[in-house]
Design a protein around this ligand. Structure first.
Ligand code: FAD
Length: 499
C-alpha cells in the first residue's frame, strides 16, 4: 500500500474540476516542478550527509546541510514529499489540508520558515459563538475555551490549572529527570482525572475533545508525564507552555493556517533541493562501517555518507535494520510508543451557513463521530467547509465503519451542532492516517504510561554517526509542524558540528 488518496464523494466533484482556482493551478505547478526536479535513476555513490525522510524535519535538515556547503541526499519512502503534511484540492475549488494545518503563537520556527518561502497565513474564523453538545444538558452556545456546563466547569478549570502548574515544572528537554517523573508516568491522564475531579466522567468527556484531535488518543491511553511534557512544550524559550496555548484557537495552536495549504512548505523546500531528493527510496538498512562511513540501503540502491539524519516517525524506524544494532533502550522506546489514531473528515457547503447564525463553526460534543468541529474555510472560494477530527475511541467506533456510514454519522454530528443544512454538503472528503504505510497513524507518536520515564532519554541521543530528527524529538511543539522544523534545525547543527 502506498499513499491512500483522500476518499471523495461530491455531487459537483467532476463538474467543478475544470473550474479550478488560480491557487490550485499554482500548487499543481509547484508539485509538478518538484516531481520534475527530484533525482531520477541511480543514487550518488557517496555524499556528506544522507537524510532519511522528506517530511518537514528532513527537508529542513537537508536545506541547512546544503546551505553549509556540504553534499546531501534525502531518501524518501513515498512518491511525494511532506509526510504528515498533505494538501487536498477540493473539486469545488480551494485547498484544505489532510494532515498538519494550523499554526499559532510561539510556533515561530515554522512561521518564519514559511514566511521566508513566501507563504502567508490567514486566521481561523472566530466571530460568533461556539457550540457544545452535552448528553445531559443538550445543546449550548458559548464563548471562550471551556463550555459553561455547570456540572463540569469548576472541576475542569481546577484540573487544567493543576496540569498547567505541574507542566511548568517539567523540563522540556528532559521530562524524565523531574523528581516526580516516575510517579506521573505510572498513571494515565484518565487515571489522574478520575482521582482528581468530582464529575470525572464529565471532565474526561470534555478532555477527550482535546486528546482525540491532539493525540489521536483518549486520556486512558496516554501517560500523565507525557501530557505534562506536551503542555510544557506548547511554548518557546521565553513563553512557558500552557494548556490554553495548545488547545485554543485565538492565541493558541489553532489560530491560523497557510494560504494555499501547509504542504506548500515542504514543496517549496523540495523545489530548492531538487535532485538532492530521491523518492520511492525507502531505507531498509543503515550500516556503520569502519573509517567513519555509513552505508544506507534503500529500495533504489545504496549510498555512503559521513553522517546520517533519520527523520522518519519513531515507529517507522523499527522497520530499518541497524548495524551495529540500536541500543536496547532506544529499541524499547520505539517499540513501546504508539502512533495516535486520527482521521480528518471535511464537508463542503455552498456557503458557511453557520456564520449567518452567529456561529464560529467550532463545536464540541460529548458523543458521536464529531467530537470536535472547526470552520475549515478556503481562501479562494465563497464555500464553507466544516472539519471533524475523528480520533482515539471515536476513530475506533467510526474509523472502522464503511465510508457511507461514517459520512452519514459525521454529517449528522455537524447538523446537531450547526443545523439541518449540514446534512447537504456539495462535497465530502476524508483522510485516515492509520492507513498510511509510512506514517502509521497521527498526528504524533504517543507515550502510554511507563515509557517516558524509563526510556524517554533515548529520544535524541545519536547512535554513532546516526542522528535523529522528526517532530517527536523536539523540545518545543513536539508533535507539531513547528517541532518538526526545530528538530531538523537541531539535527543539522549536530551533524555540521561533527563534519
Ligand atoms: C491528521 C493530522 C493533523 C495534524 N494537525 C496538525 C496541525 O494542525 N498543526 C501542526 O503543527 N501539526 C499537525 N499535525 C502534525 C504534523 O503534521 C507533524 O508534526 C509534522 O508534519 C511531522 O513532520 P516530520 O518531518 O517530523 O515527520 P513526517 O511528516 O512524518 O515525515 C517523515 C517522512 O519519513 C518518511 N519515511 C518513513 N519511513 C521511511 C523509511 N524507512 N525510509 C525513507 N523514508 C521514510 C515518510 O514517508 C515521511 O515522508 C497533524 C498531523 C496529522 C496526521
Amino acid at each position: 500500500m502506498q499513499t491512500i488518496p483522500r476518499h471523495t464523494l461530491g455531487r459537483r466533484g467532476l463538474l467543478a474540476g475544470g473550474a479550478a482556482a488560480f491557487g490550485v493551478l499554482a500548487l499543481d505547478a509547484l508539485e509538478a516542478d518538484v516531481q520534475a526536479g527530484v533525482r531520477k535513476g541511480r543514487l550518488p555513490r557517496k555524499v556528506d550527509v544522507v537524510v532519511v525522510g522528506a517530511g518537514i524535519a528532513g527537508l529542513v535538515a537537508a536545506s541547512q546541510v546544503k546551505q553549509a556547503g556540504h553534499s546531501v541526499l534525502v531518501v524518501e519512502a513515498r512518491d511525494r514529499v511532506g509526510g504528515r503534511v498533505l494538501n487536498h484540492e477540493l473539486p469545488t475549488g480551494g485547498t484544505i489540508e489532510a494532515g498538519g494545518a494550523f499554526v499559532g503563537p510561539t510556533q515561530d520556527h515554522i512561521k518564519n520558515l514559511a514566511s521566508r518561502l513566501g507563504i502567508a497565513t490567514f486566521d481561523e474564523y472566530v466571530t460568533g459563538k461556539n457550540v457544545y453538545l452535552s448528553s445531559l444538558l443538550g445543546r449550548m452556545e458559548f464563548t471562550g475555551t471551556v463550555p459553561p456546563d455547570p456540572t463540569i466547569l469548576l472541576d475542569a478549570a481546577l484540573a487544567l490549572k493543576r496540569l498547567n502548574a505541574f507542566a511548568k515544572e517539567v523540563p522540556v528537554d528532559a521530562p524524565w529527570s523531574h523528581p516526580r517523573a516516575a510517579e506521573w508516568d505510572a498513571v494515565s491522564l484518565g487515571d489522574w482525572l478520575r482521582r482528581n475531579t468530582v464529575n470525572s466522567r464529565g471532565v474526561e468527556k470534555l478532555i477527550q475533545s482535546w486528546t482525540q484531535p491532539g493525540f489521536g488518543a483518549d486520556p486512558d491511553q496516554i501517560s500523565l508525564l507525557f501530557v505534562l511534557h506536551y503542555i510544557a512544550c506548547s511554548g518557546d524559550e521565553t513563553h512557558p507552555g500552557t494548556f490554553e496555548r495548545n488547545s485554543d484557537t485565538v492565541g493558541g495552536a489553532q489560530e491560523s493556517r497557510f494560504v494555499g495549504g501547509s504542504q506548500r512548505v515542504p514543496l517549496e523546500l523540495a523545489r530548492r533541493l531538487r535532485k538532492r531528493i530521491a523518492l520511492n527510496a525507502a531505507v531498509t538498512r543503515i550500516v556503520q562501517l569502519p573509517h567513519g562511513r555509513v552505508r544506507v540501503h534503500t529500495r533504489r540502491g545504496k549510498v555512503k555518507a559521513r553522517r546520517v539524519i533519520v527523520a522518519a516517525p519513531p515507529k517507522q524506524v523499527l522497520g530499518i535494520g541497524f548495524s551495529p544494532a540500536l541500543p536496547a533502550g532506544r529499541t524499547a522506546l520505539l517499540e513501546q510508543v504508539q502512533m495516535g489514531r486520527l482521521m480528518k473528515c471535511d464537508a463542503v457547503y455552498d456557503t458557511p451557513f453557520w456564520r449567518e447564525k452567529g456561529l464560529t463553526g467550532f463545536g464540541i460534543a460529548e458523543t458521536g463521530a464529531v467530537r470536535v468541529a472547526f470552520d475549515n474555510h478556503v481562501t479562494d472560494t465563497g464555500h464553507g467547509v466544516l472539519l471533524a477530527f475523528v480520533g482515539g475511541s471515536a476513530w475506533q467506533q467510526y474509523g472502522t465503519r464503511s465510508f457511507e456510514e461514517r459520512r452519514t454519522a459525521v454529517l449528522e454530528g455537524f447538523a446537531k451542532m450547526f443545523g439541518e443544512q449540514a446534512l447537504h454538503p456539495i462535497d465530502y472528503t476524508e483522510h485516515d492516517w492509520t492507513r498510511e504505510q509510512w506514517t502509521g497513524g497521527g498526528p504524533t507518536a504517543i507515550y502510554p504510561p511507563g515509557v517516558m520515564a524509563t526510556h524517554g532519554r533515548h529520544i535524541r541521543t545519536p547512535h554513532g554517526r546516526v542522528h535523529w530528527a522528526g517532530t517527536e524529538t523536539s523540545t518545543y511543539w513536539t508533535g507539531y509542524m513547528d517541532g518538526a522544523v526545530r528538530s531538523g534545525e537541531r539535527a543539522a547543527r549536530e551533524v555540521l558540528d561533527a563534519l
